[in-house]
Write a protein that binds this ligand. Sequence first.
Ligand code: NAP
Length: 242
Amino acid sequence: MLKGKVAIVTGASRGIGAAITQKLASLGANVAVIYAGNTEAAEAVCENCRQRYGVEVKPYRCDVSDFEAVRTTVAAIKADFGTVHILVNNAGVTKDGLVAMMKEEDFDRVLDINLKGAFHMIRHCTGMLLRNREGCIINISSVSGLMGNAGQSNYAASKAGLIGLTKSVAKELAPKGIRCNAIAPGFIGTDMTREQADNPLLSMIPLGKMGEAEDVAEAVAYLVSAKYVTGEVLRVDGGIAM
Ligand code: NAP
């Protein structure tokens, strides 16, 4: 289905990003895997995809919060793959704390990675998407961005910001054939949620359990294929934000 297409997935060394990479590779896409520092994990994801699906999958170490580093990395991906058709902005971090005590640096760092990181990627990839006159951008937001969450004012703000970014980019680039959507996952079992086993919110999930990274990857595959869907926010949350 995606044979000959090139995808970039940020935060793809682990968790949801690794599952998205696997899914896109299984559909035939070549994938550029962006990660922050975990080289061993990123290389393992790439090797696994190459062996299983016979596609080109390559790791790029890049801090998405760094505008110039993203410019250089996207240029390297262009040199290696020629172009890009699918961009998945998945890299994200939490630095939770009560707002009354939150350090400015913790607020800034979360915004810089989760929100500005997506802007940096879109900013540097849009030229290639425009030249192709087709493209698909998917931003991984969160139900925290829809509902807010005590102790996550920085994270929820970044994820709500991603929704505004998504809808604006969708409106701006729709006439050029480029779609932009967001996914809002609920509780998904990854490193990020490892310490959430006792979170009382878990008992409020209508489907009664945490999701898996593959559930989000399925939603990405759907949005890549859904040619008449743009500016949408797709919840993958077991119903918690209903
Ligand atoms: P995770 O397991 O903690 O993985 C985070 C990924 O982001 C890793 O690949 C990490 O790279 C990368 N990363 C972190 N900072 C980066 C930076 N500055 N530049 C580039 N890459 C960076 O997280 P996850 O649970 O899979 O979450 C993925 C996305 O889904 C995030 O945006 C998160 O906010 C969102 N989300 C998750 C959940 C959930 O329940 N898990 C729910 C809603 C939304 P390294 O391995 O190199 O450190």
